[in-house]
Write a protein that binds this ligand. Structure first.
Ligand SMILES: Nc1ncnc2c1ncn2[C@@H]1O[C@H](COP(=O)(O)OP(=O)(O)OP(=O)(O)O)[C@@H](O)[C@H]1O
Ligand SMILES: [Mg+2]
Length: 294
């Protein structure tokens, strides 16, 4: 549920209230400048700058409590910032609700499941499609031919067509996460934020998910939080490391893997374990599509 219902002001900093556009933001699809959010005395997100060019495959990593999910919610509009700006296509969306940002093209999946367990996979997708087109809410929208086609297309995109009429409660954990991806894609987003898409998955399920993410349209801009660093280094062309609410490092997977500072943020000073060494090694399937630095 959103904390923001059409935010009427951003902060107490006296920043301008009218939406503005900045020439420096126009090259990025989604970006933020000086984004911050405090919970009481805790600075969960503390002055973050980030820019996602079209087609970015950008991972956000960091230890537990680093502020990753909070940053996601600030970008999607689920939370209101204490300071800073969020830009979509060069347009200031900081004051917009999550629903309005979703209509403008920001999609998301959540760290915790958002499915209706007693409904079928198709019914869950139907609700997402209807919500995306702004239809009045109905618990079981009639699956007219156009809706049916769209449901099947989305289920096929996430390799779940064979599970179409099964209740979600009968799906595996991995299939539920695939279905959540279909729900996010239902709104045809231009930017998709995935919060720990592989959490709790068995290795085979993670492989399936990695393939699905890899097959997403190249023009779809992706920002994902993930603790499975093997997956991060296979899918991401750029990685931002968040620590104590601040950007510790933003760079290529190789730069992040080689950073002693990043290893210490994860493991504590003096423990330089082989954090980034995996059996498979960091195979990246994509070329370096993301040309610019945040
Ligand atoms: N609604 C809230 N009220 C108070 N504190 C919060 C709230 N949401 C998050 N926090 C705190 O803010 C900090 C950042 O939390 P956040 O969930 O963004 O971290 P995270 O990087 O996503 O962690 P994880 O990897 O465990 O998911 C944590 O210390 C958390 O306890
Ligand atoms: Mg989180």
């Amino acid at each position: 549920m959103s904390e923001v219902s059409e935010v009427s002001e951003v902060s107490e900093l006296g920043e301008p209230r009218e939406p503005t556009s900045s020439p420096t933001q126009t090259r990025a699809v989604l970006s933020c400048t000086g984004l911050a959010r405090a919970f009481g005395a805790l600075r969960a997100v503390d002055g973050v700058d980030l820019a996602l060019p079209v087609g970015a495959r950008h991972a956000l990593i960091g230890p537990n409590g680093a502020g990753k999910s909070t940053l996601f919610q600030l970008l999607t509009g689920g939370l209101r910032p204490s300071a800073g700006r969020v830009w979509l296509d060069g347009r200031d969306v900081t004051r917009m609700s999550d629903a309005r940002r979703a209509r403008l093209g920001i999609g998301q999946t959540f760290q915790h499941s958002s499915l209706f367990l007693s409904m079928t996979a198709a019914e869950n997708v139907a609700l997402a499609v209807e919500r995306a087109r702004g239809a009045p809410w109905s618990p079981l929208p009639r699956q007219r031919p156009a809706l049916r086609r769209r449901i099947d297309e989305l289920l096929a995109d996430v390799d779940l067509l064979a599970r179409r009429d099964m209740p979600v409660s009968a799906l595996s954990h991995g299939e539920c996460r695939q279905l959540e991806l279909a729900l996010a894609l239902a709104a045809a987003p231009r930017v998709l934020l995935l919060d720990e898409p592989a959490a709790g998955m068995a290795p085979a399920e993670t492989e399936r998910l990695a393939a699905l993410i890899h097959e997403l349209p190249t023009e779809l801009t992706l920002l994902f939080v993930e603790h499975d660093l093997d997956l991060v280094f296979r899918l991401a062309t750029r990685v931002t490391v968040l620590h104590l609410g601040k950007v510790l490092l933003s760079g290529t997977p190789e730069e992040v893997q080689g950073s002693a500072e990043v290893q210490e943020a994860y493991l504590g000073t003096g423990r330089r374990a082989d954090l980034f060494v995996t059996d498979a090694g960091p195979e990246r399937r994509d070329g370096d599509r993301e040309a610019e630095s945040p």
